[in-house]
Design a protein around this ligand. Structure first.
Ligand code: ADP
Ligand code: MG
Length: 191
């Protein structure tokens, strides 16, 4: 099956989750990630984690922004690129490209040297860590840049979006881990 068809099918499956399921599964993912941050040596206090604001019914990671041991960065879509800005609860937000919530352009930007971990939203992920996005290639272009390459990347999906094998193009870069409400589907090496 090609990426386009798969995207439609997997988004359809995600849409079938009730609001109640979306809440409880999102909470379970946050709990898993919170545990990971507590236990793992990957992120030290005072370092930066890149996350996202959920779009439609993506897993909601908002509760993690309350963890004040870390700085948090969120993206803005600027033409074909993602621009990363520090954000904390209470800071202003606007609706940006594709109707996705974004920080203001003037919010300070995060440089890759400050970043220890990236939570990556996805339409689907597979057992090798390959990711299917919405088709824009935004994260592919980001991960292609040398300064972002060695930062651990965790795909965040609901379990319905975890599949054995996705089609992968030459530009697709596998993630280091995949977390769902069922736990680690792809375990990061350092865990
Ligand atoms: P997604 O990752 O969002 O599912 P695709 O993997 O299908 O989407 O990629 C979408 C588009 O992004 C592709 O047409 C590809 O040309 C473009 N793209 C991906 N990586 C790069 C890159 N490193 N440089 C330039 N364009 C890229
Ligand atoms: Mg891709």
């Amino acid at each position: 099956m090609d990426k386009k068809q798969l995207r439609q099918e997997l988004l359809q499956a995600r849409k079938k989750l009730s609001e109640q399921q979306w809440h409880s599964k999102s909470r379970a993912i946050c709990e898993q990630l919170r545990q990971y941050l507590n236990d793992s040596p990957v992120v030290s206090p005072g370092r930066t984690i890149l996350s996202y604001f959920y779009f439609r019914n993506e897993p909601n990671l908002d509760p993690l922004f309350e963890l004040r041991d870390y700085y948090w960065g969120v993206p803005r879509c600027v033409e074909k690129e993602l621009s990363w800005h520090f954000w904390q609860p209470g800071d202003p937000l606007v609706k940006g490209a594709f109707g996705i919530i974004e920080p203001l352009p003037k919010a300070p930007t995060c440089s890759p040297e400050a970043v220890d971990l990236i939570f990556v939203p996805a339409v689907a992920c597979d057992e090798r860590g390959y990711r299917l996005g919405y088709g824009g290639g935004f994260y592919d272009r980001l991960f292609h840049q040398p300064q972002w390459q060695n930062i651990p990347k965790i795909g965040i999906i609901f379990d319905v979006a975890f599949v054995p094998e996705l089609p992968a193009d030459s530009w697709d870069i596998p993630l280091d881990g995949v977390c769902t409400e069922q736990g680690w589907r792809v375990k990061p090496l350092h865990l």
